[in-house]
Design a protein around this ligand. Structure first.
Ligand code: CP
Length: 322
């Protein structure tokens, strides 16, 4: 694996390989000594032009657990404010020895530009670009759904027969896009539930069903419901009903939570806006996988870093803690 830029072009074989390596990584995380020597001598740069809690810290934890050196770069407080370009910033970090660059950027396509422009030779991982994609979030979501469904027998399994309902601001959600491509590649059925103003105009090629009524979606059998954050910072007020109206029609409130049956789970990529798209009862319920998603994110990002930087030296990697 040279780069991880999206899930739209990720093959099923490679997606399953990442999820299976993540299973191995998760096993190491229950050991007393969690650190592995695999990426000793490698340098990972976290290049974040947008705010992040989970993704940035998770990539840092993943790289450190694999013994890589980590350089964290935040655009805030950097020479970006003096007009330095993405090319010059990236080449500056490459000159300090970056083997992999993890980039979050407000511009859709920035990671692909970095990977294909020839500016740098490091592997590039997309940590969220504009409204385009957030591939490692989808991988950790798929890992979480698979783990809840198959438990210790997850390795090698796809998501055939799984129905996932994704609810909310699909228009601005890179998480939704990455999940649509990845979950359907893995065989799941995906249903999008959204206000009519928050669905992208051109989704004719998306392998999904679209509903505008959450109660209609919840009346069907489902295995997972993924609540999306309302991205007010990317939104024109005209596209958004009032918060109260949104919550009433598309929020996962206690009454809707009660209607979930069987082993169905509630996912949220975070950060959550409790009381808007998800009630506190739903966020904290036994069905909620929010904190499992965070923990699984470290294992999935360890797998991505491993496949990007260490090739197939897995036996060495898994042999002993350090
Ligand atoms: N899920 C996610 O991308 O969260 P952060 O913005 O906190 O990284």
């Amino acid at each position: 694996m040279r780069h991880l830029l999206d899930t739209q072009t990720l093959s099923k074989d490679l997606a399953l390989r990442i999820l299976d390596v993540a299973e191995d990584m998760a096993d190491t995380q229950s050991r007393e000594v969690k650190k592995l020597p695999t990426l000793r001598g490698k340098t990972v740069v976290n290049l974040f032009f947008e705010d992040s809690t989970r993704t940035r810290i998770s990539f840092e934890a993943a790289a450190k657990r694999l013994s890589a050196d980590v350089i964290n770069f935040a655009a805030k407080g950097s020479s970006v404010s003096k007009g330095e370009s993405l090319k010059d910033t990236a080449q500056t970090l490459q000159a300090m020895g970056a083997d992999a660059v993890v980039i979050r950027h407000s511009a859709s396509g920035a990671p692909r530009t970095l990977a294909t422009s020839g500016w740098i030779s490091a592997g590039v991982v997309n940590a969220g670009d504009g409204t385009h994609e957030h591939p490692t979030q989808a991988l950790l979501d798929a890992f979480t759904i698979r783990k809840r469904r198959f438990g210790a027998d997850s390795r090698g399994k796809d998501l055939a027969g799984v129905r996932v309902v994704i609810v909310g601001d699909v228009l601005h959600s890179r998480v939704a896009r990455s999940n649509v491509w990845l979950l359907t590649t893995l065989g799941a059925e995906v249903v999008l539930v959204t206000p009519p103003t928050l669905i992208p105009q051109n989704i004719s090629g998306w392998p999904v069903r679209v509903l505008y009524d959450l109660d209609e979606a919840l009346a069907e059998r489902l295995d997972a419901v993924m609540m999306l954050r309302i991205q007010l910072e990317r939104m024109h007020a005209a596209f958004f009903p009032s918060e109260r109206e949104y919550s009433r029609r598309w929020g996962l409130d206690p009454a809707r939570l009660e209607r979930l049956t069987g082993d169905s789970i509630v996912l949220h990529p975070g950060p959550m806006n409790r009381g808007l798209e998800i009630s506190a009862d739903a966020a904290d319920s036994p069905r909620s996988t929010v904190l499992e998603q965070v923990a699984n994110g470290v294992s999935v990002r360890m797998a991505v870093m491993y496949l990007l930087l260490a090739g197939e030296r897995m036996d060495d990697a898994m042999g002993s803690g350090q």
